[in-house]
Design a protein around this ligand. Structure first.
Ligand SMILES: Cc1cc2nc3c(=O)[nH]c(=O)nc-3n(C[C@H](O)[C@H](O)[C@H](O)COP(=O)(O)O)c2cc1C
Length: 198
């Protein structure tokens, strides 16, 4: 399969669509190595990856749930319980964070975006390795207590929770929409026209 076909066919697997085992150490290293070729403004290498293995996932989720319940605002306790219970079934939880270097000529935003590009590389490498993967929000990890639970310092900014496991179903192809509706040609001051015409 070409690299482009791999990108076109990549799709996420929700936690309920994956099962144990999580990728072994060799596979995991190959997957994470892909982060090293993400675009990196200033060659800062702001990558910071923390893995929670299957055995630790339930206790991590319980601690995260407790901290979230105690300190969260604008989110229903029932939703917190539902989300953290759902995550308990993950074969592996990966928290990818940006190790922010400040002050620096490269903005904090660019450093976070470099890590986000690294996260997409993880998803693509997982697809290549036939590993189930999905990117979930780090809303819970924005809380200081959850931040600390993962051993993060104040300079480290959570970017993605990525769940990894084995696909329950092999055929996960999705119909993707046509890119044409998102693309424009600039033809003059404030003037755009469709880039791809039928
Ligand atoms: C920054 C970011 C945060 C996301 N957070 C969640 C999330 O918390 N819950 C969720 O169901 N999907 C979340 N998603 C979307 C999934 O990762 C996934 O892309 C979506 O289910 C569509 O599947 P696909 O990747 O196969 O198109 C997030 C995606 C991104 C980029």
């Amino acid at each position: 399969m070409s690299a482009l076909d791999l990108i076109y066919q990549r799709s996420s697997c929700h936690v309920h669509e994956m099962e144990a085992p999580a990728p072994d150490s060799k596979k995991l290293k190959r997957i994470f190595q892909s982060v090293m070729s993400a675009p990196d403004h200033g060659n800062i290498k702001p990558w910071h990856i923390v893995v929670v293995g299957a055995e630790e996932v339930p206790s991590m989720c319980e601690l995260m749930c407790e901290a979230w319940l105690q300190h969260a605002e604008h989110i229903e306790p029932a939703r917190i319980r539902r989300l953290t219970n759902y995550l308990k079934a993950s074969p592996m939880v990966v928290l990818v964070s940006a190790n922010i270097v400040e002050p620096h000529a490269v903005s904090r935003r660019d450093q976070v975006l470099a890590v986000a590009a690294g996260c997409q590389n993880i998803l693509l490498a997982a697809e290549q390795e036939n590993v189930a993967a999905i990117w979930y929000s780090t809303d819970a990890a924005e809380l200081t207590q959850v931040h600390e639970l993962f051993g993060l310092t104040s300079k480290q900014e959570p970017v993605a929770f990525i769940m990894l496991g084995t696909k329950k179903l092999q055929d996960t192809k999705k119909n993707r929409s046509d890119v044409a509706e998102h693309c424009y040609r600039w033809v003059g001051n404030e003037q755009l026209e469709p880039l791809f015409k039928e």
